[in-house]
Design a protein around this ligand. Structure first.
Ligand code: SF4
Ligand code: SF4
Length: 173
């Protein structure tokens, strides 16, 4: 019998895994005035992983959800979460917890955890550092969390589509 994923338990576990780790052992927000949390005139935000919306059943005041035209797994829609430049740290989305890293995988190939090219020019770490320059514990936890995502069909398909998007962006840079 096919088992269904308990999404709440899955994301709660991932959130806990990434609760107390940061890209550097020192607060990197001082390098850039927390550029990744800054609010701009454009609607910018972070992609929710498939089913992660379950963590926002009671939508906090600082968050808004948007449907966007990025899809995975033959047309399943990805949602974007935006904030007001601050959030309840315990509720920050998975994409914020792993930034400036991002999962990258092609079908049939191994997962990699890379610097997110979308952070170039915004995040000093994504602009000038390599994954191995970050705090090893952070890299280890992000890798573990993304490996767990690769074991679940929905999140694996999302990572495949996200990787294609990163390839497209990489061609423009
Ligand atoms: S933009 Fe980069 S350096 Fe700045 S707070 Fe975010 S992760 Fe840290
Ligand atoms: S949700 Fe929190 S961590 Fe994510 S961008 Fe907004 S303020 Fe930063």
């Amino acid at each position: 019998m096919k088992q269904t994923l308990d999404k709440k338990a899955f994301y709660t576990r991932l959130y806990k895994m990434l609760e107390n780790v940061t890209p550097l052992t020192a607060d990197c927000g001082g390098l850039c005035d927390c550029a990744c949390c800054a609010v701009t005139d454009e609607i910018t935000g972070m992609y929710l992983f498939p089913g992660e919306k379950v963590m926002y059943e009671l939508l906090p005041k600082w968050a808004k959800l948007y449907d966007i035209d990025f899809t995975y797994d033959n047309g399943k829609e990805v949602e974007l979460i935006t904030c007001i430049g601050t959030c309840d740290r315990k509720l920050r989305p998975l994409s914020c917890r792993i930034f400036p890293l991002v999962p990258y995988a092609k079908r049939g190939e191994k997962l990699q955890v890379l610097m997110d090219i979308r952070g170039r020019g915004l995040c000093p770490l994504a602009t000038a550092m390599r994954t191995q320059d970050l705090d090893p514990l952070f890299v280890k936890r992000v890798t573990l969390a993304m490996s767990m995502c690769m074991k679940v069909r929905e999140t694996r398909e999302f990572i495949y589509s996200l990787s294609e998007l990163l390839d497209d962006i990489n061609m423009v840079f």
